[in-house]
Design a protein around this ligand. Structure first.
Ligand SMILES: [Zn+2]
Length: 283
């Protein structure tokens, strides 16, 4: 069933675990992620990133499919807009039935980030929709190559001010992860996560979550991370499955490749979910 972001984060908070947030730019991704969550019997977040508008599927096509799939799933599913860059685009997601949106104005100066985030929070909360926002900046954009550009680690005191100034429901903070495929092992600043969490009092979000070691996931979760954005390694697992099938020369039709990719991405998402929810008592 389709639920709010607060619903799934509350679930994670109670169990001291994290909910996986997976980008679903194709129908195969949606099937893979919901299949993994339903097998594990845990809530999940499916997300559309604004940058997948051209390289994946446009919001007006994939969004209604995500909402439809969430409504018929037998686990709680939050339908989230990832890295929304402007209020108009976020409004379009809300009109389609998304239950949560991220406004990412983290590249703007503090005051501009606050004013755009507040505007989105006011509109979203009036419609019963939750909002995630970001302060600090990751080392590369979503879908990037993991390591390009300089990271700006989130200042804990500024994070406290930002949450108080905006009224957001979840905070994306920068503490050492990067978007995309890692070239070197990420070094996470756990003290920073702990400090931010103690000051802001709302659930924290890890972006660039794929490629982080199981041990680092565990520690980050124990520090207060409640939502982990995971995409790149799942997408690569799909590609690897397709490459293997093509190399074997057994394929005649595209649907076989889509089925292989779906199965491989489901297995990868299931492994991630198993770590995020390791400490959960299951019903
Ligand atoms: Zn991100």
């Amino acid at each position: 069933m389709k639920v709010s972001l607060k619903n799934v984060l509350g679930w994670a908070e109670k169990r001291n675990c994290a909910v996986g947030a997976f980008n679903t730019p194709t129908f195969e991704n949606i099937r893979a992620v919901l299949g993994a969550a339903e097998s594990a019997g845990v809530p999940v977040i499916i997300a559309h990133a604004q940058l997948h508008e051209t390289e994946g599927a446009p919001l007006h096509e994939i969004g209604p499919l995500m909402v439809w799939a969430a409504e018929r799933a037998n686990v709680p599913v939050c339908v989230h807009l990832d890295h929304g860059e402007d209020a108009d685009y976020i409004r379009r997601a809300m009109d389609i039935g998304f239950t949560s949106a991220m406004i990412d104005a983290s590249a703007k100066p503090y005051d501009d980030n606050v004013s755009l985030t507040r505007q989105v929070v006011e509109e979203a909360h009036a419609r019963g929709i939750d909002v995630e926002a970001e302060i600090g900046a990751l080392a590369s954009r979503e879908g990037g190559d993991g390591g390009a550009g300089a990271a700006v680690y989130t200042d804990p005191e500024l994070a406290r001010r930002f949450v108080a100034d905006t009224g957001i429901d979840a905070l994306a903070a920068s503490f050492g992860t990067a978007h995309g495929i890692y070239k070197a092992k990420p070094v996470l600043d756990f003290d920073r996560i702990r400090k931010i969490r103690a000051l802001v009092g709302i659930p924290l979000v890890m972006h660039g979550g794929s490629g982080v070691s199981p041990e680092d996931y565990r520690t980050a979760i124990s520090c207060g991370i409640r939502k982990i954005n995971y995409y790149s390694y799942m997408a690569r697992a799909g590609l690897n499955a397709v490459s293997a099938r093509l190399a074997a020369g057994e394929t005649t039709f595209f649907h076989s490749l889509a089925a292989d990719a779906t199965a491989a991405m489901r297995d990868d998402a299931a492994r991630a979910i198993a770590v995020f929810c390791e400490s959960c008592p299951r019903a």
